[in-house]
Design a protein around this ligand. Structure first.
Ligand code: IMP
Length: 202
């Protein structure tokens, strides 16, 4: 029998990716599909906390088993920043900007790293799953370096500044096909899929 799971997101790209991976055994519904119009608060200090906050909200208000994700960039020389503030790093640093938020976030990051030789960074994703009364977490990481100028036009967020270890191009230059094979998100989703198949496939 097909099982229903809610993915606490309205991001069409993420939903498509998850549906393709989980296949026919799972009906994956979006927040919109269940009539959840709220911008669910994310006030945690870790990716896991934020993911769990979103999954818990859906379980408590709508009753569905659910999973949610939270991701971001962590830069070693900045003590793990931008971290959970990745999406609003410029704002958090009091930078006023008009237009593209990703550009503003990247400019703030480059500014902070101007005189820094240590360029080590990683992207992380945490997924929280609430399933049949239990909570499980799945994490994915991709390590790399922050370069000194933006390169490439693909992807989103900090992609033009991030070169994954073992490559000489940024995520924005590598394109989605390569990125989706090695990304933090892909690794976390793979763990989730493996867990569901091993534990619950009938
Ligand atoms: P989310 O939790 O997946 O929405 O990610 C939060 C923020 O982290 C995004 O708005 C981006 O700034 C950053 N981020 C997460 N994943 C990526 C990625 O794959 N490439 C570039 N930036 C990312």
């Amino acid at each position: 029998m097909m099982k229903t799971l809610v993915f606490a997101s309205n991001n069409a790209h993420k939903l498509e990716e998850i549906r393709a991976i989980l296949g026919a055994q799972y009906e994956v519904k979006s927040l919109k599909d269940i009539g959840c119009e709220v911008d669910i608060p994310e006030t945690g200090t870790t990716f896991r906390e934020n993911a769990l906050q979103k999954a818990t909200y859906v379980k408590e208000h709508f009753g569905f088993d659910c999973f949610a994700d939270d991701s971001g960039l962590q830069v070693e020389a900045l003590g793990g920043e931008p971290g959970v503030y990745s999406a609003r790093y410029a704002m958090k640093n009091g930078v006023q900007f008009e237009g593209n938020k990703d550009e503003a976030n990247m400019d703030v990051l480059l500014g902070k790293l101007t005189n820094e030789e240590n360029r080590k960074a990683c992207f992380r994703t945490s997924i929280a799953l609430i399933y049949e009364g239990e909570t499980h977490f799945f994490d994915g990481t991709v390590e790399g370096q922050i370069i000194r100028e933006k390169r490439g036009s693909g992807g989103f967020g900090y992609d033009p500044l991030f070169i994954p270890d073992g490559y000489d191009k940024t995520f924005a230059e590598l394109g989605n096909e390569v990125k989706n094979g090695i990304s933090h998100r892909a690794k976390a989703v793979e763990q989730l899929a493996k867990f569901l198949f091993v534990n619950y496939s009938s």
